[in-house]
Design a protein around this ligand. Structure first.
Ligand SMILES: Cc1cc2nc3c(=O)[nH]c(=O)nc-3n(C[C@H](O)[C@H](O)[C@H](O)COP(=O)(O)OP(=O)(O)OC[C@H]3O[C@@H](n4cnc5c(N)ncnc54)[C@H](O)[C@@H]3O)c2cc1C
Length: 483
């Protein structure tokens, strides 16, 4: 079957063939913008067992899990290496699982255009597990559906798996604990809600603290009360991904970098995945839906769309979907500023304020070298065209002016923050399924039972706590979708 060298060779061959074939036959104006359908006859096709699209922490975890199960796996990544997307632009926090709506399992159905959600009932945890393992238990009328508990369940399970993985494989990490703080008495009610939600989610060791106690263990902190979460921690994300990639490759998974999935087509009962060399797309960022010509078509038994920020745009390019299953998408950039000129970090714990609309609030994160950063804030941004998003051409620049909003936010819990001590850090972008002022959306995992395309799984809206949840998502995916 297909191997890395083969895929690379096939890409080279197919490009050569394509160039030869197309030079004389395709009018110049159409080159690169032809319907994939119309030219697919001349494009080389390869059968493979499993394809994972995207080598972020989630895609890599899935590739590893499938490879460990003895399956042949090819990972298609548009960038020159793994982990260059959101997986290297986050807080690197191992979340405990407090924030996410608990296992009350509201079962929701998308409206016909996929944008609105209508609550259709409640399910028990057992029903959720049954849904995962046996989709026939779901009523046709309840599809497409979303169950608002995936973040809670994956985060708690993922955290356990992640700590164990890091310990077993020597991945640098530290369980340093977190304080979520109320800085005004009006916030204490929200803190109580978070505490109860965390307990319902099965997070161990949570405890409410009087402000005085919290300020005793963190002398630079100012708060009226706090929730202590001892299970929270930090991880070196790059080392984690490196270890997972190594393990996947040792189990014969193939990573094909500089290759981009540009769409797909349902042919008979099988999905055909259209692939192009990334360099051939560089000048194709025109318009939202340019028709593109693939260099290669892969025909997998299972394909996982784990393309992070572009998973939704890519899903729209897979022909054969049921109507109304692709939800609306939003993007929220988060910016970090780091604390300069500090010999010793002012805090030992991660310090989080009360969550804000679209994010968890400008919090304190420590990395394993003791560097302190604050962020991320929330800036709603417009989406970019499909091809630019596949090639990760998002605007990641830090707007220095945003620092003016950071100082007052941080001083609510860290009043001694000195003027001029914040330096621009980096940004990350959240792939969101709910917009400003809307209630937060859960992760969406769509298989054939939802969208009707056999062998295709879409992972949509995998924002925080996606890093913490990655190993649990992978485990779930393999147990539910591997045939
Ligand atoms: C600001 C911020 C802070 C966060 N903090 C935390 C945290 O502290 N803890 C936590 O648990 N989670 C956190 N998260 C969430 C976490 O970082 C993400 O959920 C996780 O990294 C998502 O991984 P992924 O593999 O789905 O996506 P990505 O890392 O974005 O990977 C997707 C990959 O797909 C590739 N790709 C895209 N399109 C194509 C295509 N068409 N063909 C081929 N390849 C393609 C991209 O190049 C990319 O490498 C944070 C997120 C943000 C934005």
């Amino acid at each position: 079957m297909l191997r890395a060298s083969m895929i690379r060779r096939t890409m080279e061959i197919s490009t050569t063939i394509l160039l030869k074939n197309t030079k004389s036959k395709i009018p110049k104006s159409q080159k690169g913008f032809m319907s994939t359908n119309s030219i697919s006859n001349g494009v080389p096709k390869e059968r493979v067992d499993c394809v994972v699209i995207g080598a972020g922490v989630v895609g890599i975890s899935i590739a590893r899990e499938l490879a460990l199960k003895g399956r042949e796996v090819v990972v298609i990544e548009s960038a020159p290496t793994f982990g260059t997307g959101t997986s290297s632009r986050n807080s690197e926090v191992i979340h405990s699982g407090i924030y996410y709506p608990p296992k009350s399992l509201k079962v929701n159905r998308c409206s016909s255009d996929g944008s609105e959600l209508e609550q259709v009932g409640f399910a028990s945890y057992e029903v959720l597990v049954t849904c995962w393992s046996d989709n026939s238990k779901l009523e046709e009328a309840d599809l497409p559906f979303r169950i608002f508990a995936l973040q809670a369940i994956f985060c708690v399970k993922g955290r356990e798996l992640l700590y164990k993985y890091c310990s077993d494989h020597g991945v640098p990490h530290k369980q340093i604990g977190k304080l979520i703080v109320a800085t005004r008495s009006s916030e204490v009610k929200i803190l109580n809600t978070l505490l109860n939600r965390g307990i319902e989610n099965g997070v161990e060791g949570l405890r409410m603290m009087e402000g005085i106690e919290a300020m005793r263990i963190e002398p630079e902190l100012q708060c009226v009360s706090a929730v202590l979460s001892p299970a929270s921690g930090i991880v070196d994300t790059h080392s984690l991904m490196l270890s997972l990639v190594g393990e996947a490759e040792n189990h014969r998974a193939t990573f094909s970098y500089n290759t981009t999935v540009i769409g797909g087509q349902l042919e008979g009962n099988q999905i055909h995945i259209h692939i192009s060399e990334s360099k051939n797309l560089d000048d194709k960022c025109i318009g939202k839906f340019p028709m593109l010509q693939p260099d290669l078509i892969l025909i997998p038994n299972l394909v996982v769309n784990s393309a992070g920020l572009s998973a939704l745009s890519l899903a729209k390019r897979f022909n054969g979907f049921k109507n109304g299953v692709i939800p609306a998408s939003y993007y929220a950039r988060g910016c970090y500023f780091s604390l300069s000129n500090t010999k010793t970090p002012p805090f030992k714990y991660l310090i989080y304020p009360i969550p804000e609309d679209g994010g968890l609030g400008v919090h304190v994160t420590l990395d394993l070298d003791g560097q302190v950063k604050f962020g991320p804030d929330v800036e709603w941004i417009d989406c970019i065209d499909d091809i630019s998003s596949f090639l990760n051409k998002f605007n990641y620049s830090v707007c220095a002016d945003r620092v003016d909003k950071f100082y007052p936010e941080i001083r609510k819990y860290y009043p001694n923050l000195k003027d001029g001590s914040l330096e621009p850090g980096y940004t990350g972008i959240r792939p969101k399924l709910s917009g400003p002022q809307q209630s937060p959306a859960d992760f969406v995992i769509q298989g054939e039972e939802i969208h009707g395309v056999p062998g295709l799984v879409n992972l949509l809206g995998i924002e925080s706590p996606g890093l913490t949840s990655s190993l649990a998502i992978a485990e779930h995916l393999a147990s539910k979708y591997l045939k």
